[in-house]
Design a protein. Structure first.
Length: 219
């Protein structure tokens, strides 16, 4: 792949940091055929990347040592560009991915354009290693942990008063506790990323959300 298109993908992952590092490391690994296999898990953003990494670490996996890289795409609408790079017409690595329910169509269309030929059903994408979170990964983890446990984790981070104040806002009063928690996690810059690690690190092994569990099993 030419360096100019690659630089655009680096920009799509956001500010310089873990996302760009993972992308660069995955490309270097895939280009160096002497070092063994390379697998890439494509995720929408840094919080998904953090959750996958946290669960892998809990399971005793060193993903980078295994040649597995979790690469945020800066949104599922960018998936076609990342599949051009890593897919069968590009570097040809083992692929997997997570997406939010609202972006499922973008992922299916991207896989089709890349020559991976998914069928129309969700199970067809899963056979290729791509899993859909309902409504997103934070929502999946809140359901798995239960709202009471998530509130305990918020309290442990010193933010219970902030959460209770948030819940009293007019826009939040008529929402369910789960909806309030999900919105609270995304209400301030950096909070969603922080709690992705906190929640993923607190999941009971028997209650790991299926998309998160299966995407790691695929690679």
């Amino acid at each position: 792949m030419q360096e100019e298109p690659l630089s655009r993908l680096v920009a799509a992952t956001g500010a310089a940091g873990a996302g760009n590092t993972a992308l660069a490391a995955a490309v270097a690994r895939a280009r160096d055929t002497a070092v063994g296999r390379c697998a890439v898990i494509l995720v929408e953003g840094p919080s998904d990347q953090a959750a996958v990494g946290a669960l892998a670490a809990r399971r005793g996996r060193d993903l980078e040592a295994e040649g597995v890289f979790v690469v945020p795409m800066g949104g599922a609408t960018n998936i076609g560009h990342f599949l051009d790079l890593f897919g069968p017409r590009g570097l040809g690595v083992t692929l997997a991915g997570l997406c939010d329910e609202g972006e499922e169509g973008d992922v299916l269309r991207g896989l089709a354009r890349a020559g991976l030929h998914p069928g129309p059903a969700r199970a067809d994408a899963e056979r290729l290693g791509f899993y859909v979170c309902v409504a997103d990964l934070e929502d999946e983890m809140i359901r798995s942990l239960g709202t009471a446990r998530v509130e305990q984790l918020i309290a442990a981070q010193g933010e219970l008063t902030s959460f209770r104040t948030f819940c009293r806002q007019p826009a939040q009063r008529n929402r369910s506790r789960q909806q309030q928690l999900r919105r609270f996690l995304g209400a301030r810059s950096g909070r969603k990323l922080h709690y992705a690690r906190v929640l993923a690190s607190s999941l009971e092994e028997t209650r790991v959300p299926r998309p998160l569990d299966r995407v790691l099993a695929h690679v």
